[in-house]
Structures are given as C-alpha cells and as structure tokens.
Design a binder for this molecule. Structure first.
Ligand code: ADP
Ligand code: MG
Length: 695
C-alpha cells in the first residue's frame, strides 16, 4: 500500500462517511459533529450499520467502546458483532443503541467516591467528534464515560466541556470584532511525545523497571549523556526499523506522526504529530503511547514512558502545543498583517497571559504526578514555577504598548494598537528558551511541563477553561463598550500591566529567579502534595462551575483520585525497593564481602607477611555499607508500614513525600555507592551503563 492509501485506512473518517452513508444521514451526522447538535436515534442506527459493514470488510470481528477512565490509560470491553439466531446460526449485528451507549462493568475504575454502590454501573456515550477506528480486529468507538448521576468518570467528558466553553467565549469576542461568519472555534493541539527505548532482555532483569517504570537504584555511569554526542551520529538499524513501524501503524489510525531521533539523552527519542483538535489530539496521543509500547515488544525493546526513568539523565516530557482556530481557517494566535488583525492577535495573546498568571496553580496541578515531580526543575525540563516566555521582540512590543511609547526596531512605529501595523514578529526566534514552562513559539503556545506518561486531557481542560474564563470577562466588557477599538486597546494595556509578572525570559534554573519569582508572588509548588490542595480552593471550584467544566463533586472526587494515585505510586516504589534491597542488593554485597575476605585469607595463608591493607579497608567499607543498607531498609520498611495511619488522603500523600520518599532516597544513596564497589559480575541487575549505552 502506498503511504497515501495507508493513511487513515483503519479510520471511519469524514471521507469514508461521505462515501458510504446515505446523503441525509451524512448531513445529519455532520451537523452533530460540526455544531454539537444531538443525534437522532434513527441516524445512529444507519451509521452503526454502515460502520459495522465497513469494519467487517476491514477484518474486524468485535467492537468496543473505547474510553479514558481516571487511571490515565484507555479501557475497552470487547463485544462480538456475532449474534446467535434461532436454529443455531448467527448474524453480524451492531445496532444504533450499541453504537451510542455502552455499559461497561465500571466498578473497578476509580471514581473518587462519585459512584455510590447503587449506581455502580457507569455508562459510555459515543463521542462523534472523534472518529471510530479499527485496532486489533476490533472496531473502537471513542466514548465519554459517566455515572448514572451524570458525573464525569473520565478525562474526555471535561475536555469536551472545556472545548465548548472556549468555543462559546471566543465566538462572543470574535463577533464583537466583526467576525460574524465564524460558527465554531476549536482548541488545536500538537503534543510532542518523548520516550526511552531500552533493550527488553536488560529490562526483564530489573524489578524496578518492571513494577514502576523507572530505575529506583543505579549509579551514574562514567560516561553519561554529556559525552555521548558521537553516539547519535547515525540511527541504529534496530531503532530505525522500530520507528518506521510505529509511524506506519499510527498512519493507519490516522495519526500523522513522525518519529525522530532525539539528540538529548542516550536511548531517548521523540515523536511529533501534526496538530489537530484538542479532542482528537488527546485520543491520538493515547493511541500513540499504546502503539509505541506494543511495537517496541516486537523489536526486542521496551518503550519507557516514565517521566524520569534514569536519575541524572534527561527525563521525558510531552510538549503541549496549543492554539485556537476558527472553522473559517483563522489561527487566533497568528500575528496579523493589518492593524485590525494585530489588535485581535494582541487581545487573544494577553488573554492567554492573564489566564496563565491567574491559574498557575491549576496548570501546575494539571501536570502533577509522582513521576513528573522527579523530572521538573533539572536536566532541561522546566522548573516547578510557572512562567511564560514570549521572545525578545514580543516582550519589547508589549512593553511599548503598555507605556504608549515608540517601539524601535528597524523602523520607528508609534505603538497604538489597532492604529499602526505591528513590526513583524519573527516566527523562529533563535533565542528560544528551552526550559521555559509556557513559551510562545510564533503562532502557538508550547506548554512544556506535562510529563511523558500523562494524558494531555487535563492540561487542555485547564488551558481551555482558564482562557475561556478570561475571554468571558473581556467579552462582557467589550459588549458594554461604545468604541470597540478603544476598549480593546484599554484591555490590552491594562492586562499587560497587571499580568506581566508571569513573563520571564532568563535562566529558569537560577536561584536568583526563584527569589525573584517569590518577590513577584508567583507560586512555587515543588511536589504534587504541595500543589493538589489548590485544586479544591473555592475560587477554582467556582471557575470550573462557571465554565460548566466540572461540578464541585467532580472536582472533589478528582482531588481524591489524584492523591490516591500519588500514594499508590510511592507505595509500590517503596515495596519494590525493599524487595530489591533485601533479596538482591544486600545478598550481593555480602557475597562480595565474603569473597574479598576469603581471597585475603587464602593469600595470607600462602604468604604470611602480606599486609593486605587495601583488602582490609575495602572489607571495612563493605561491612559499613552492609550495616547501612540493612538499617535504611528497615527504616523504609517501617515508614511504609506507617502509611495507613498517616491521616486523610492529603495527610497520606504528604507522608509519602516527606517520610517514605526521603527514606527511599537514603537507601538508594547507599546502594548506588555499593554498586561502584562490588564486582560487576556479582551485581544482581544491569546498571545504567549497560541500559543506556548498549543497543
Ligand atoms: P517547534 O519546532 O517550535 O517545536 P514544530 O513546527 O516542530 O515547532 O511544531 C511542534 C508541534 O506543534 C507539532 O506537533 C505541530 O503540529 C504543533 N503545532 C504547530 N502549529 C500549531 C497550532 N496552531 N496549534 C497547535 N499545535 C501546533
Ligand atoms: Mg517543540
């Protein structure tokens, strides 16, 4: 098959619908998709039948409602198309009802207390704005997952609601600016996905990688990423073959991905898709992660999506590129050519600036996880403090606008927005700040804090909602204005003055920035338990309720789930460490100490006056390490037993961070020291050198 034929060949997309559905049905469905009109059951039944025939032609035998519960991965429950009929035969069946609504046995998915036992069964509802596709001979129908009380139990439902909030408020503003033709506005998203690829056989020998996705022990190799430039000269054939297959599998599913060799850490790579709507991008990213893992197994690799698989080496993130687009083809963050366009651009730009400044806490929370806590703040990842980078030109322009002064760059321009043309804003500013959390990159913003394993749903829920809320306020003001142009200018100037504290273009790692950020009143929330309590502040609940994205109950339940997840991760890590320390590391160090002692004694029997000074010193050091490891292991064990008594969910999460995690670090430090001393052949699992360099 040619590339063009491959692309989207397993997707029931618009082209397939247009070709296969009766005209009337296609039009009705299209209205549902484009304008959010509700779907007629009769239409659903025709669509279901057509979808089934198409899927069977493509070799599918089953169908499933594909959804994104709060576990962060996708869930499916497969049902056969086959229905038995009288007389022992069977027919292939798939009704409109089965397309539109499903009832997975949902009691095992986290609900944070939302799903009382009397409504144990949640239901899934078709999301016609994301195309159905075929995976593993199964027709997958993207769905939202709710409780019978109507509460969202998944990540898609709030994302769809936030898209709607943004759509509504942006259109209000656009109407005031004279765009009467715009029917729909969507958030556009392109998530760049980073990942590690390591050898399957080496992986299989490390319990920490198997159970937790990251190394809990591991001494730094003498040659880390700083020396590895030559290694990236060419792609290893095995990696190249992997990437080719990932690309092809994703293309079939309509994901326009391109895997690339990444020149950052050894064994680390990146996949960048072409941007699409926030909803599709989120579904596609979930599929991408799944396909990357699956194809890796076929090539003798394991794909690690953890944010920080290796201490001291770059972690993996997911850059969430975000903008807003109209159905008439306008990118609202594209600087324009005319004065009017520029006023519009500046209005949306300052809306995002204000949204980020006002909702730093929610942005930090949207990417908070035990894994991402390790990644932020070092090795080219953004810090914990949310700030924005606009580039030199744009910063100077905003400054000039704020002070009604002349902007000097080539030609002199009186800076009154909406009056004169803005100076051109270069697309690819070379002074790009790689560690800025939230950077303007020419015609979109790039949010760089998300972790590689996280769903991008929450991130975009927060950005969409925060921007929608600011635009609601702008629209309210503009609707009262007599002179729209003057009002726009006033809003822009005022917003810059009030929210410029969030803009920072210096070194994000400098201690001086931290101090400066504190002076500016920016939030500094280093860990997940530090950040999560902000989620349930009254002002945040009010924001989400105002924009109809989450109800109070939904926020409270998500808060519980996030805290629970955090504790679960730390707790599993602690137990894995205990196993490895007790069953593998301590025995290895003791065996090596025994060996050193026996060899010394043997040598001394042979030549009586040998002083064996080094052997004695080494033995003492090993004995000290054995003692220390024994002690730290016990301390961690005790800490881990104390978790249940550590109070409510927040108390437990804090205990995980302040007690368990600290003790994990103490144990690791000793084990890593031992690794550098013990005979390599006796070390029970492959070290960083082997994991990261060989392939
Ligand atoms: P950069 O080099 O700045 O990272 P790229 O052109 O490589 O920029 O794009 C990075 C990602 O941003 C890609 O996934 C791309 O599809 C996405 N992107 C580009 N334009 C937009 C947009 N208007 N909205 C959302 N994402 C976008
Ligand atoms: Mg990028």
């Amino acid at each position: 098959m040619s590339l063009l034929e491959t692309f989207g060949s397993l997707v029931f997309n618009d082209a397939v619908m247009r070709q296969r559905l009766p005209k009337e049905t296609y039009r009705a469905l299209h209205r549902t998709i484009a304008e959010g009109k509700s779907l007629d059951p009769q239409v659903a039944s025709v669509v279901a039948n057509t979808m089934k025939d198409w899927a069977i032609e493509k070799g599918a035998t089953h169908y499933t409602h594909w959804f994104q519960p709060m576990t962060g991965i996708t869930a499916e429950k497969h049902d056969s198309f086959l229905s038995p009929i009288d007389g022992g035969g069977a027919i292939m069946e798939f009704s409109g009802k089965e397309l539109v609504r499903g009832e997975p046995d949902a009691s095992s998915f986290p609900s944070g207390g939302l799903r009382a036992t009397f409504e144990a069964r949640g239901y899934t509802a078709w999301d016609p704005t994301s195309y159905a596709f075929i995976k593993d001979d199964t027709l997958c129908i993207p769905t939202a997952f709710c409780s019978y009380g109507g509460h969202a139990l998944d990540k898609k439902t709030p994302l769809l609601r936030s898209n709607e909030a943004l759509n509504h408020q942006v259109r209000r503003v656009l109407r005031l600016l004279g765009h009467l033709d715009v029917k729909k506005v969507t958030a556009t998203v392109g998530p760049e996905q980073e990942y590690f690829l390591i050898d399957r056989d080496l992986y299989a020998r490390r319990k920490d990688l198997i159970y937790t996705g990251r190394t809990l022990f591991g001494a730094r190799p003498p040659k880390g990423q700083e020396l590895d430039d030559h290694y990236f000269g060419n792609l290893k054939p095995r990696v190249a073959a992997y990437m080719r297959e990932v690309d092809e599998e994703l293309w079939k599913l309509g994901v326009s991905a391109k895997t690339e060799h990444n020149e950052v850490a050894p064994c680390q790579h990146e996949l960048a898709p072409i941007f699409t709507t926030a909803n599709l991008a989120t579904d596609h990213n979930q599929l991408t992660m799944e396909i990357m893992k699956r194809v890796a197994a076929k090539h003798g690799f394991v794909c690690l999506l953890h944010e920080k698989p290796f201490a001291g080496v770059n972690g993996s993130g997911k850059h969430n590129n975000w903008s807003m687009s109209t159905d008439t083809g306008l990118n609202l963050l594209e600087p324009g050519e005319t004065p009017a366009d520029n006023a519009q651009f500046l209005l949306f730009l300052v809306a995002v600036i204000k949204a980020v400044d006002l909702h730093q806490d929610l942005l930090r929370i949207s990417i908070a996880s035990a894994g991402n806590d390790h990644r932020l703040g070092g090795n080219e990842a953004p810090p914990y403090i949310v700030s924005m980078f606009l580039g030199k030109e744009l910063e100077e322009i905003l400054d000039a606008i704020e002070h009604h002064s002349a902007y000097v760059a080539g030609e002199r321009t009186e800076m009154n927005i909406g009056v004169k043309t803005l100076p051109r804003i270069p697309k690819d500013t070379t002074d790009r700040n790689r560690t800025s959390p939230f950077a303007f990159t020419g015609n979109k913003f790039e949010f760089r804090m998300p972790g590689s394993s996280q769903s991008i749903a929450e991130v975009n829920v927060v950005i969409n909602t925060a921007v929608a809320d600011v635009l609601m306020e702008f629209a309210d003001r503009l609707e009262q204005a007599v002179d729209i142009r003057a009002a726009v200018e006033q809003i822009v100037v005022e917003t810059i003055a009030r929210h410029k504290r969030i803009i920072f273009s210096g070194n994000n790692y400098a201690e001086a920035w931290r101090e400066e950020a504190h002076r500016r009143g920016l939030l500094d929330l280093p860990s997940t338990p530090d950040a999560l309590p902000y989620l349930i502040r009254e002002e945040n609940i009010a924001l989400f309720e105002r924009q109809k994205v989450y109800s109070r109950e939904e926020i409270l339940s998500r808060y519980e789930i996030l805290l629970e997840n955090y504790c679960k991760v730390i707790s599993i890590e602690a137990h894995t460490m205990l196993d490895m320390a007790n069953q593998e590391i301590l025995p290895a160090v003791m065996r090596y100490a025994g060996q050193v002692a026996r060899d010394g004694a043997d040598a001394w029997r042979l030549v009586e006056d040998l002083d064996l000074e080094y052997e004695k010193k080494l033995l003492r050091r090993l004995a000290g390490l054995i003692n220390g490891l024994g002690e730290k292991t016990q301390e961690l064990d005790q800490a881990s037993r104390g978790l249940d008594a550590a109070g409510d969910s927040l108390g437990k999460a804090r205990y995980c961070r302040e007690v368990i995690f600290r003790r994990m670090q103490a144990l690791r430090a000793l084990a890593d020291e031992a690794e550098t001393l013990v005979d390599k052949r006796m070390w029970p699992f492959p070290g960083y050198g082997e994991l990261l360099i060989t392939k």
